[in-house]
Design a protein around this ligand. Structure first.
Ligand code: PEP
Ligand code: MG
Length: 325
């Protein structure tokens, strides 16, 4: 079976009725690059940039960051690398950047909120990404977006950073595709407004599930509540796919939910055609895609979306599991 999966590496992720699906890798460390290539990733759908910040004793300089980004970008020639800006706070801290105590850090100054409060950090990171951009095909993605105002602030910052680099003699790219992560229920509610402002969206299901269901993603006692198949989660996913299609924008999924073959097929049935997953899961997900038609996926997704309770979903899931085996 392992051999069979290895044989899939160079085959396309295409359904039996000919729909091409993109399977990208989530990476964090430079060493993940090899793992991604080895498993046949078509690019990087989520580069979590906080890891290089974590394994140090002070903030990396923009030159240090740019050097690292160049290495990553050049490891994926001709392929997209989606660089997510610093996503700290919540459960991810930096030893050299102490944050004040918060009673509810996951509802506190984390992620893009921290970046917009400490702009010098984001400013340096954006400069580093622009300085490295000619080494490959980067896109920039911003985490934990809750409103249109944040996107407009970010656009102003991108322009200011590009102006500064230009004055210093660089030729920064002005047209880097800009994406946001959909991780907060508020973002789902205003998804049509958000997709209008960006080039693409990517769903961070790890956070979207925890915030939608008010169930801590890291709390084992919340396992019963942290349910990727809760009707509220499934309908949120559907709303995001529909809004992106209406606006002609790309929507992908980069949370753990996409690493499970059955989930991937259901999400394809809802309209998603791009996924970013932990690289070792790519072959088994690809195998599932190649073994089924989009029609089958749609039928299974429709059946699941018609369910009103977790119990009904469980029955529909078991049926889908049989049908899509
Ligand atoms: C997510 O929330 O689903 C996600 C991909 O981001 P992270 O796991 O890094 O918070
Ligand atoms: Mg997240």
């Amino acid at each position: 079976r392992q051999k069979e999966l290895e044989g899939l590496r160079d085959l396309p992720a295409v359904t039996s009725d000919g729909t091409a699906i993109t399977l990208n890798a989530n990476i964090g460390l430079l060493s993940d690059v090899r793992v991604a290539t080895l498993h046949g990733a078509e690019g990087v759908g989520l580069y979590r940039t906080e890891f290089p910040y974590m394994a140090r004793s002070s903030f990396p300089t923009r030159i240090e960051q740019a050097t690292l980004y160049r290495k990553i970008l050049s490891a994926f020639p001709g392929q997209n690398v989606n660089i997510r800006t610093l996503d700290i706070g919540g459960d991810k801290g930096l030893p050299y950047f102490p944050c004040p105590h918060e009673d509810n850090p996951f509802m506190g100054l984390r992620s893009i909120r921290l970046s917009l409060e400490h702009r010098e950090i984001l400013h340096e990171q954006l400069a580093a990404i622009m300085m490295a951009a000619d080494a490959g095909k980067p896109t920039i993605m911003f985490p934990l977006i809750s409103g249109v105002d944040e996107i407009r602030e970010i656009r102003k910052m991108l322009a200011a950073v590009a102006d500064e680099l230009e004055q210093q003699g660089y030729a920064p790219p002005r047209d880097l595709p800009l994406g946001i992560m959909i991780e907060i229920p508020a973002a789902v509610q205003i998804i049509d407004f958000l997709v209008d402002e960006v080039d693409y969206v990517s769903v961070g299901t790890n956070d979207l599930i925890q915030y939608t269901l008010a169930a801590d993603r890291n709390n084992a006692r919340m396992k019963q509540y942290y349910n990727p198949h809760h009707p509220a989660v499934l309908h949120s996913m559907k709303q995001i796919a529909d809004a992106a299609r209406r606006a002609g924008k790309k929507a992908s999924i980069c949370g753990e939910m996409a690493s499970d073959p059955l989930n991937t097929l259901l999400l394809m049935g809802m309209g998603f055609s791009e996924f970013s997953l932990s690289a070792p899961s790519i072959p088994v997900v690809k195998q599932a895609i190649r073994g089924h038609s989009l029609e089958e996926c749609r039928a299974a997704a429709d059946a699941i979306l018609a369910c009103r309770s977790n119990g009904e979903v469980a029955t529909a899931l078991a049926r889908a599991n049989e049908a899509l085996r």
